[in-house]
Design a protein around this ligand. Structure first.
Ligand code: FNR
Length: 403
């Protein structure tokens, strides 16, 4: 069979390639339709926003993993509003202030950081990519973000530190009934260069997450979740079973004890009221993370964007205030800092990046957010992120409009 290249023998349409081939035996030309691989037929469009990564990740994650990462508690009102609340804020841009040199840097726990992005603690990351948390840490090292390793991670604090020593890292603590186990986890983290302890306090019990109930994440062997294994977990377990290990009787006195004993600063994650933010400061916390756990715990609570201003006003002078939930755009980061946050945690978008392309995908997600943040600083007339304040935001005129 000869394929003639002399004349216009190849005619391309959208999905197929038409070939005209000269068949010597027949002494004639024959026409064939050849299906092209989708990659050839359509060049995959570039993923340029976090929403693009979300769409692509949704195609790739298996149903249980997708339900686990995408779901929220109850009617998912808080989860949806987390992102929507940032959109209900308008930016009040200033002009002619000279934005040729920009600095997205922030000071966090007394230390200069190149920018305010932190990878939120998220459990079991191997459901998104075989490299799991190590891939997130590589993305952190590449972009200068801090990675916050979860107690229920699919790697250990020492292993991550050894595999990716350049990643700036914090450790998230779920406190187990056996405080000795929790102290041991903290000691390991301190020994391996974790710079802060983030104690999550909004999960005494697991929220009602219906997507997970309908389509559970595949059970994981407890040995793969070393933090849980240390607390006595055995056999294969589902996320709700792992969550049941967490002590529902944690109190402020425990926070005070961790803060007193810990050689690294303690932040309390899951604060939504100024009352609790004040208590955190009074019990020795160096910071609070204003968070509703990505809308995964108690539905119909305030969003981060809504709770932040009051909390920053109450304790922002004394301790560091961070926020998370629904951060999807550089403009969201700008608004968070304007309302008094020193840094933001980013959750699901990092998982989307992992699902699409491992460490490179997670790094790309952070790079997109950083690039958008830089553009927002320039266009809002705030060349230094540290110079952002409440004058840069206002309730948007469209906030009350029906969407
Ligand atoms: C979480 N989150 C969480 N928080 C925590 O303190 N310990 C944990 O183990 C987990 N695990 C976890 C798993 C998954 C799949 C998600 C999506 C979230 C909550 C997380 O740290 C953060 O508060 C939210 O994800 C922030 O909201 P966005 O950015 O996901 O909207």
């Amino acid at each position: 069979m000869t394929i003639s290249g002399k004349r216009n023998n190849f005619l391309f349409s959208v999905n197929t390639c038409k070939l005209r081939v000269f068949l010597p035996a027949a002494g004639d030309w024959a026409a064939f339709s050849v299906a092209l691989s989708p990659m050839v037929a359509h060049r995959a469009p570039a993923l340029v926003s976090l929403a693009d990564y979300q769409c692509e990740a949704q195609r790739r994650l298996d149903p249980g993993a997708l339900a686990y990462v995408s779901g929220g508690a109850g009617d998912e009102l808080t989860m949806r509003e987390n992102a929507a609340a940032w959109q209900r804020l308008a930016i009040r841009p200033r002009v002619l202030v000279g934005v040729g040199q920009r600095d997205p840097g922030t000071t966090l726990l007394g230390k200069r950081r190149p920018h305010p992005l932190i990878i939120a603690p998220m459990a079991f990351q191997r459901f998104a990519h075989p490299d799991g948390e190590l891939a997130s840490a590589r993305a952190a090292a590449k972009t200068g973000a801090i990675v916050c390793l979860a107690t229920l991670a699919s790697t250990t604090a020492p292993r991550l530190a050894q595999a990716v020593p350049d990643a700036p890292r914090w450790f998230q603590l779920y406190v187990f009934a056996d405080r000795g186990v929790s102290r041991e986890l903290v000691a390991q983290a301190v020994e391996h260069g974790y710079e802060a302890l983030v104690v999550t306090v909004d999960l005494p019990v697991l929220g009602v997450r219906e997507r997970e109930l309908r389509t559970p994440l595949l059970a994981t062997h407890a040995e793969q979740i070393a933090g849980a294994a240390a607390a006595g977990a055995q056999g294969t377990m589902t996320p709700p079973q792992f969550a049941s290990l967490i002590d529902a009787d944690l109190k402020w006195s425990d926070i005070e004890q961790f803060a007193r004993e810990s050689p690294i600063p303690v932040l309390v994650k899951g604060i939504l009221t100024p009352e609790d933010a004040r208590l955190a400061a009074e019990h020795g916390a160096a910071g609070v993370v204003v968070s509703n756990h990505g809308g995964r715990q108690l539905d119909t609570v305030f969003t981060g964007a809504e709770a932040l201003p009051e909390i920053a006003a109450a304790v922002g002078e004394r301790i560091d205030v961070l926020v998370d939930g629904g951060i999807r755009r550089g403009t969201d980061v700008l608004k968070a800092l304007s309302l008094g946050a020193r840094a933001v945690m980013v959750g699901r978008p990092v998982i989307w990046g992992l699902a699409v392309d491992g460490a490179d995908g997670a790094a790309r997600v952070l790079e997109i957010l950083l690039s958008e943040f830089d553009t927002a600083l320039a266009l809002a007339g705030a060349p230094r992120a540290a110079g952002l304040d409440g004058s840069f935001v206002a309730p948007a005129p469209w906030a009350g409009a029906r969407r």
